[in-house]
Write a protein that binds this ligand. Structure first.
Ligand SMILES: Cc1ncc(COP(=O)(O)O)c(C=O)c1O
Length: 489
């Protein structure tokens, strides 16, 4: 005889779904047990009866029963049939059992997990035209070159039996190559022992913050800065405290004032190409900052995310090259190569590198060794250098064309200065109403831009837009700027 719950079971079975029918039946039976409508020791209908009731082949029901018996949900009671396992608790007999009102399995309970509600996830722009904040043009890097590097890396690693769990500090080959590059091109006194490979510089910023900061610590951040770094620092329970900013970079007098008012643990900076304003931190301010760091005992987190692209002169030497014990240096191959590779790195004293590597071992265990070995191969065979040279030329041309397009398409609407380096312009608006209009109307025009307020660490910070010029070809960029002008009204 069929029991009343079979009707409900039927509602959960749908032959048009891609899940095999026998699994749908098994899930539906577990659901009935979970809800307490089927209790410990209850007999199920015969496979023939249930198959007839559900309009499925008897073998399908047999398969579902066998599966649930093997998993311990059901048991066979010889000739008497199949029953719900007697070792399961019967919700009808437990004090909290309420068979009629079991929770909806699809609804998410209120676990109070950590997802900052005010911080939307940065999802891909989809069909929208994205004016990014300084991404490279992924189309410039030949796919075959990457394929070859991966093939070499896989063959080498396989021959040497290196495709196993590895060092959380990252691929030894890549650590070696990055250390050589930082030493010869950026003047950092480092060896592989000073390097931990990370999944992009964002991962590096988070791991450095996690190794350095305790809840309640104060971290100085410019009044306009890189919001994901603010979020990473907040996630460690530390407190970002703003410092002023002008066309020469961070206001060092204000840094000193804040050091006298707070016990400062660190300062986060993008000294080469300030994010978002693009300005370089002047040498006299760098020296003063180092002096303050010594005096007040704080660390400097130097995020040098797009080092190679400096058009005005040679790239400036990182602060880590002349103060390696004070500076935690974070770099990336995202802009130089491709963001999708997710390769960044931290250069710091070995004891700090070990602390960061503990963070890696707690999160993803170790890096993506094959990708890291492939990147090492690109450095070793010179392809990375050749690509950097070519990309630099392309971006230098696009930078000039973008400035011209800004002048023509947004004359009188925005002010901008030619960035000395980096892959973006900082646009300010003499009439703030126009910026408001752009931010309101850009979505209607299918245009995606970073929110001007996302850069601010204090309400009085000036507003502007950071617009990348490198990822779009000249005609694409001009089209996007026309839309921006249209949005400004
Ligand atoms: C200032 C700054 N820091 C860090 C990053 C993170 O880059 P990635 O994690 O891809 O290395 C970016 C990316 O745009 C950036 O602009």
């Amino acid at each position: 005889m069929l029991r009343p719950w079979k009707v409900v079971l039927g509602e959960r079975i749908d032959p048009s779904r891609s899940t095999p029918l026998y699994l749908q039946i098994a899930h539906a039976l577990i659901h009935e047990i979970e809800r307490g409508r089927l209790g410990s020791g209850d007999f199920l209908p015969s496979s023939r009866d249930l198959a007839a009731a559900l309009g499925v082949n008897r073998k399908t029901v047999v398969l579902a029963y066998e599966d649930l018996i093997a998993q311990g949900w059901l048991m066979s009671s010889g000739t008497r049939g199949t029953m719900v396992s007697q070792s399961l608790p019967d919700p009808r007999r437990t004090p909290s059992g309420d068979p009629g009102r079991a929770p909806d399995a699809a609804a998410m309970p209120d676990y109070r997990f950590h997802a900052p509600p005010a911080r939307p996830l940065a999802l891909p722009a989809g069909k929208w035209l994205k004016l990014d904040e300084g991404s490279p043009d992924g189309r410039l890097f030949p796919a075959e070159m990457l394929t070859r590097a991966y093939r070499t890396a896989i063959n080498r690693a396989s021959r040497a039996n290196r495709l196993l769990y590895r060092d959380p500090r990252g691929s030894p080959l890549l650590r070696e190559k990055i250390a050589e590059m930082l030493k010869s091109e950026r003047g950092l006194p480092v060896t592989a022992e000073n390097i931990c490979i990370t999944r992009g510089s964002q991962h590096g910023i988070f791991l450095a913050a996690r190794a350095l900061l305790s809840p309640g610590d104060t971290v100085l951040m410019e009044e306009l800065t890189y919001e994901p770094a603010v979020a990473a620092i907040n996630a460690c329970g530390a407190k970002p405290v703003p410092v002023g900013l002008d066309e020469q970079g961070a206001d060092v007098d204000h840094v000193e004032q804040q050091c006298r008012a707070h016990r400062v643990k660190a300062i986060f900076l993008t000294p080469h190409h300030q994010f978002p304003t693009t300005v370089a931190l002047r040498p006299e301010r760098r020296l003063r900052l180092l002096e303050l760091a010594r005096q007040f005992g704080f660390a400097i987190i130097e995020d040098d995310y797009d080092h190679e692209f400096h058009f005005h002169s040679q790239p400036l030497l990182p602060m880590a090259s002349y103060a390696p014990s004070r500076v935690i240096y974070v770099g990336s191959l995202s802009k130089l190569l491709l963001p999708a590779l997710r390769i960044g790195y931290i250069a710091a004293p070995p004891a700090f590198i070990d602390a960061v590597a503990h963070g890696v071992s707690l999160t993803d265990g170790m890096g993506n060794t094959l990708t890291e070995d492939a990147a090492a191969e690109l450095i070793e065979n010179g392809e990375l250098r050749r690509h950097a040279r070519k990309a630099n030329q392309v971006y230098a041309t696009r930078r000039l064309a973008f400035a011209a397009a800004l002048d023509e398409e947004l004359r009188g609407i925005v002010d901008h200065r030619m960035p000395e380096g980096g892959l973006a312009f900082w646009l300010t608006f003499p009439d703030a109403g126009r910026l408001d209009r752009i931010e309101t109307r850009a979505p209607e025009l299918g245009l995606s831009i970073a929110d001007s307020r996302s850069f601010a660490t204090r309400p009085t910070a000036p507003r502007g837009l950071r617009i990348g010029f490198a990822s779009l070809r000249e005609a694409e960029a001009r089209g996007a700027l026309r839309l921006l002008a249209q949005a400004a009204g």
